[in-house]
Design a protein around this ligand. Structure first.
Ligand code: AMP
Ligand code: MG
Length: 485
């Protein structure tokens, strides 16, 4: 590979994998490419030139960057529990960019036209949902949560037909890779042992090179993925994030949050919260996410069985332990994060109960998840009249918490520091996101940029961002998300 003037430096390993895993396809032409957003900071990290901020033809799919070898990736997956053959129906992987520090990132266009996996879909995307993914993925990054990133949104000048005609757009997504649980499910469904082995070795080389020489690589990979997912989902839970569509094709082997469709953040704390209009059974409700992650890992384990042991029963026995340990892994990550939210330096017995009782009170008081935790540092200060405690807190709980802090000899400033690093002030609240997207749709980008700036620095105490800390106006009713396809 050679670097272009714009800094493109592709080395496309996935395109060289067996043909069952991907198909060559060019992005479909669009009428009038126009840049809508460009992520200059991310471009720099990728080794790309800032001048790309007006490379609309590239980010709308009308021109290919130097060294690109566009493909649609094939995969399968359980969607709401049902197995289906899938693949990139509206996304095209341009290639793998090598950064100046030799990291490798997929550069993918989303909304770039039909592929052989499009089924009845048009392969296109609307501006609103692509800006939504840009905003929320960058917010997740700001929160320090592993996620795919967003490099650009370009308008296509074409209309996409949904319930009504909408402006078309393409998102450029950046990921450590787009290999999913569903990719392994595809290889398993094809029953091609060599393909399964090739995929396993590829993924280990790309994501877990230290496992290259272990005696049981398939089990070791399952363990590594379980660890990443346990950590990831714990972090979602601790900021009130509801992914909304945790199908196995939307669970990345890299441990990055991927596929921002119907996702949203909690305002009021309610563990049963479901935002997605298509999730009628509440399968992907906030509180179900850890259990669903484990269910998805079981599907990954099944797909790996032939690589674990020639004897199926032996293989099942080997992976069972890994799956069973998921709950413990999750609990460990969650407990560490919960302690930090409470300003504690370490996890002790009884902390879980302390945290749970706060959540129960928050639930009963209809307290705002983010605002309640953001209020904690103030609660450390001298007790005012108890009636002044913010919703969700009780004097008894506050006393127990202060005692717990005192027990570990916590200095007030140190405890506050820990809380401020763990409790964001700003999340992309649904009503603010909707406002920004509605303005963007009529060409007014200022609200989007102001919100993006705030959610990109979620822990910063800034007067400029104060408006974004507020929950929705009273009487707003439950928020609903739609698939945005
Ligand atoms: P998602 O729910 O976004 O994970 O998408 C599930 C599957 O549907 C993936 O294979 C997508 O590529 C495909 N898909 C979603 N929207 C479209 C569309 N507009 N055209 C073609 N395929 C689509
Ligand atoms: Mg998907």
């Amino acid at each position: 590979m050679t670097a272009s003037d714009a800094g493109w430096r592709f080395d496309n390993t996935y395109a060289r994998l067996p043909e069952q895993l991907a198909t060559r396809v060019e992005p479909g032409p669009v009428r009038a490419p126009r840049m809508v957003v460009f992520n200059g900071a991310l471009a720099e990290q990728l080794g790309l030139a800032g001048s790309l901020h007006d490379a609309a033809a590239i980010f709308a799919g009308n021109a290919l960057p130097h060294g690109a070898e566009p493909i649609a990736q094939a995969y399968a997956g359980h969607q709401f529990g049902h197995f289906t053959n899938l693949g990139d129906g509206r996304a095209i992987l341009l290639g793998e960019q090598l950064t100046p520090t030799e990291e490798r990132f997929d550069i993918q266009l989303k909304g770039s036209g039909r592929t052989r996996y499009s089924r009845s879909g048009d392969g296109r995307a609307a501006l609103g949902p692509m800006l939504r993914e840009y905003l929320i993925s960058e917010a997740m990054h700001g929160l320090g949560i592993p996620t795919t990133r967003s490099l650009a949104v370009a308008a296509t000048g074409d209309v996409v037909m949904r319930e009504k005609p909408l402006p078309g757009a393409i998102l450029t997504r950046v990921a450590k890779s787009h290999v999913r649980v569903g990719t392994f499910q595809l290889a398993a469904a094809l029953g091609d042992r060599t393909l399964q082995e090739t995929l396993l070795n590829y993924v280990i080389a790309r994501h877990d090179p230290e496992l290259a020489d272990v005696s049981e690589p398939a089990v070791a990979l399952l363990e590594a993925v379980a660890e990443r997912q346990a950590s990831l989902v714990a972090r979602w839970m601790l900021v009130g994030f509801v992914h909304g569509v945790m199908n196995t094709d939307n669970m990345a082997i890299s441990g990055e949050t991927i596929d921002y469709g119907p996702c949203a953040f909690l305002d009021v704390y309610d563990p049963a919260t479901v935002f997605s209009s298509i999730d009628q059974q509440g399968r992907y409700a906030y509180a179900n996410q850890p259990a669903i992650a484990q269910w998805n890992l079981a599907r990954l384990a099944e797909s790996l069985l032939p690589l674990v042991d020639g004897d199926e029963q032996q293989a099942v026995d080997r992976v069972r332990g890994v799956l069973e340990r998921f709950a413990e892994r999750y609990k460990t990550h969650y407990a560490a994060g919960a302690a930090a939210k409470l300003g504690l330096a370490e996890v002790r017995e009884g902390d879980e109960a302390l945290f749970r009782s706060l959540l129960t009170q928050m639930h009963e008081a209809h307290a705002d998840f983010t605002a309640t935790f953001a209020a904690l540092p103030r609660l450390l200060e001298e007790a005012g009249p108890t009636s002044c405690l913010p919703p969700g807190f009780t004097p008894t709980w506050r006393e127990a918490w202060l005692r717990r802090l005192a027990d570990e000899g916590a200095q007030q400033e140190a405890a506050k520091g820990r809380m401020r690093l763990a409790n964001p002030l700003v999340i992309p609240r649904n009503h603010h996101v909707e406002e920004a997207l509605a303005a963007a749709e009529i060409g007014e980008m200022q609200p989007f940029h102001r919100l993006l700036a705030a959610v990109s620095q979620p822990f910063q105490q800034s007067a400029d961002h104060a408006a974004y800390r507020l929950g929705p106006p009273a009487g707003s009713g439950p928020y609903r998300t739609f698939c945005g396809t």
